[in-house]
Design a protein around this ligand. Structure first.
Ligand SMILES: [Zn+2]
Length: 428
């Protein structure tokens, strides 16, 4: 008789619209059939639950979870210069990053995310937390041109980015990424060298691009080009580049992005909260651009909830374009799941045989989810992340019946409150 590592009994496989069992072996979905009779090391009885792929949060700064709620109601440049950068100058340390990463990763597991792409400092600490929590992560040391607590010159940032990337060995779920911060904080020379470093080490690049109108004006003034054209002119763009935001692109730039196979990480809630604007995602999708979804950091969202982000995205673009089909529920779910994983070469984001076993089980027995006619549309438009009962990453159960099995929730919340008190008293 066939034996599985994990067997999930009696779920509604939303993408197929059928009730079935899911057999998982060596981290992959190996069988989806009704009433599987087989041995399993662990069985989850999940009658009536909805099985869906887990989320891929393709742009965030997870240690910033400790700065959640600060600098509310400010535009991006004021928020960065008056609130975030001074606080980071005072507090960022391996201890801060550890407590922030624990808080953020706990929040992501509780809301059904099993992959996140992060850009910050002391990312080796984030890597340790992610690996022990059992969540996938693409991590990069942020590269800038101006001095901060962690480095003084572009050379020093690049050297630290290289050391970090080369030092991140022996991890199963965590991989290094090269992260120049943005075209307005990195010179053409820094961008070129970051790109060379990524090519030399065979890694993805992750960068903020065309986030605000102010950025577009600044790059135009300095280099005579809009941000994406500027990146193209320094040979930065390729299919291994993940660009967050991409709110302001010319028609020509959309074409460049499509042709180069650049991945776009759309961050609708952060763009709304910082009054940056609305990226024309339906147009990108229609033109064949690879779009995925991210929350950005907790200080500009103000949470890491990908289900909420998915719902916001789907509704936002209907309103912005006056087209109810601009981003439909199934497209929204694909952008938030499969498109994220595939952007970094991971075969996950579908509840299908042969895919990585990254999935969530949702309990629909709540007033806001009944009656249940169309599970996918109703998850996107009505579900809350607290309806996500079980989260599985690469076949490992990270949360079951709302209990996170891989992290000490009580201690993490205690530490976060202590940091909140320290930062709060500094602000007084
Ligand atoms: Zn960001």
């Amino acid at each position: 008789m066939e034996a599985f590592d994990l067997l999930i009994k009696g779920v509604l496989v939303a993408e197929r619209g059928v009730k079935a069992d899911i057999g998982i072996k060596e981290g992959k979905i190996s069988k989806i059939e009704p009433d599987i009779e087989a041995e399993a090391k662990y069985t989850i009885r999940a009658e009536g639950r909805i099985a869906l792929p887990s989320f891929a949060n393709m742009h965030t700064h997870v240690p910033m979870s400790l700065l959640r709620g600060l600098g509310a109601d400010l535009p991006l440049m004021d928020w960065l210069q008056k609130v975030i950068w001074p606080l980071e100058g005072e507090f960022v340390s391996p201890e801060f990053v550890k407590a922030g990463a624990e808080l953020g990763i706990l929040e992501m597991i509780r809301s059904g995310t099993t992959l996140f792409m992060d850009m910050y400092f002391f990312e080796e600490v984030v890597g340790e937390v992610a690996e022990s929590a059992g969540i996938r992560a693409g991590l990069g040391f942020g590269i800038l041109d101006f001095p901060t607590k962690v480095a003084k010159t572009p050379e020093e940032y690049l050297r630290k980015a290289r050391d970090f990337a080369k030092g991140l060995k022996g991890h199963d779920l965590v991989f290094p990424v090269i992260c120049p911060h943005a075209p307005y904080t990195c010179s053409p020379d820094t961008l070129r060298r970051a790109k060379e470093l990524a090519e030399e080490l065979g890694l993805y690049l992750h960068i903020h691009v065309a986030e605000t109108k102010g950025e577009v004006e600044r790059i135009k003034k300095e280099f005579g080009k809009t941000p994406v054209s500027h990146l193209e002119s320094v040979s930065f763009l390729s299919e291994k580049v993940l660009c967050a935001h991409m709110v302001y692109l010319t028609e020509e730039e959309v074409e460049i992005v499509r042709e180069r196979g650049v991945k776009v990480a759309h961050c609708p809630e952060s763009n709304l909260k910082l009054a940056s604007g609305i990226a024309p995602i339906p147009e990108y999708v229609r033109k064949g651009v690879h779009v995925c979804l991210g929350t950005d950091g907790s200080a500009s969202n103000d949470n890491l909830d990908m289900l909420e982000e998915t719902s916001t995205m789907a509704k936002l673009h209907k309103g912005a374009t006056l087209d109810a089909k601009a981003i439909d529920a199934r497209t929204a779910l694909k952008i938030a799941t499969e498109n994220g994983f595939s952007a970094v070469g991971i075969k996950a984001g579908k509840v299908e045989e042969g895919y990585e076993a990254d999935l969530i089980l949702i309990n629909p027995d709540s007033p806001h989810l009944q009656p249940l006619y169309d599970p996918i549309a109703q998850v996107v438009y009505s579900a809350k992340s607290s309806d996500i009962e079980t989260v599985i990453c690469k076949g490992r159960v990270l949360m079951e019946k709302r209990e996170v099995k891989t992290m000490d929730e009580e201690r993490i919340l205690y530490e976060a409150k202590r940091w909140g008190e320290r930062i709060g008293s500094f602000l007084k």
